[in-house]
Ligand binder design. Structure first.
Ligand SMILES: [Fe+2]
Length: 203
């Protein structure tokens, strides 16, 4: 039996009224903070876009501030990325806590923006008893080379459709696939420093 984590994903259970306002604000913010996606959405490659002006993002998302303040984690909101995936360029299986990271990235709070109901985020663990094969990959955001365990050594242990705000354990192997062809999905991924691990564990 492959050893599993206590949890890989958890619904954030935010106020639904606020969530619909946040979704609208995120959709309106995309053309401003990420014009490449807004104008060419079906050609954008599966990637993690983290070159986002956090101050501008906060300005464009007043409801996000309200929601995060309600649960006491607004001051820990440190940065935000956009995770895009297409049917021909899924988000490859990776972990966010690659060796050499300055700050550990254990959890992320993801919000659906476009077509997330058409995508599946899956989590993986190393198969029991397999010979570990390493492959050379490139970090999604920076393109820096890093070493990871080959996909063939990994077993899918859990999955979630991010149809509503969801906490993800991003220090576990994970990837995103699209269920439908010719679809681009995009989600916002909020990162916290320090990370509110006790809060999320208690959900
Ligand atoms: Fe990730």
């Amino acid at each position: 039996m492959t050893t599993k984590a206590v949890w890989y994903h958890k619904r954030a259970n935010l106020d639904p009224e606020l969530v619909s306002r946040i979704t609208k604000e995120l959709q309106d913010a995309i053309p401003i903070i990420y014009p490449e996606f807004a104008f060419n959405k079906y050609l954008v490659r599966g990637n993690f876009h983290d070159k986002i002006d956090q101050d501008l993002f906060k300005e464009l998302l007043p409801s996000m501030a309200v929601a995060l303040k309600q649960i006491g984690i607004y001051d820990m909101w440190h940065r935000t990325g956009l995770v895009s995936a297409t049917s021909y360029q899924p988000v490859k299986i990776h972990r966010d806590d690659i060796e050499g990271s300055v700050n550990p990235k254990t959890i992320a709070l993801n919000f659906p923006i476009y077509n997330c109901e058409e995508s599946i985020t899956s989590f993986y663990e190393i198969k029991e008893g397999v010979e570990i094969i390493e492959t050379q990959e490139r970090e999604i955001s920076s393109g820096k080379p890093w070493t990871k365990i080959a996909d063939s050594c990994l077993e899918e242990v859990d999955s979630v459709v991010i149809s509503e705000p969801t906490w993800l354990r991003v220090n576990k192997y994970h990837g995103v696939k699209l269920k439908m062809e010719k679809t681009t999905r995009i989600a916002a991924s909020l990162r916290f420093r320090p990370e509110p691990l006790d809060y999320v564990d208690s959900l």
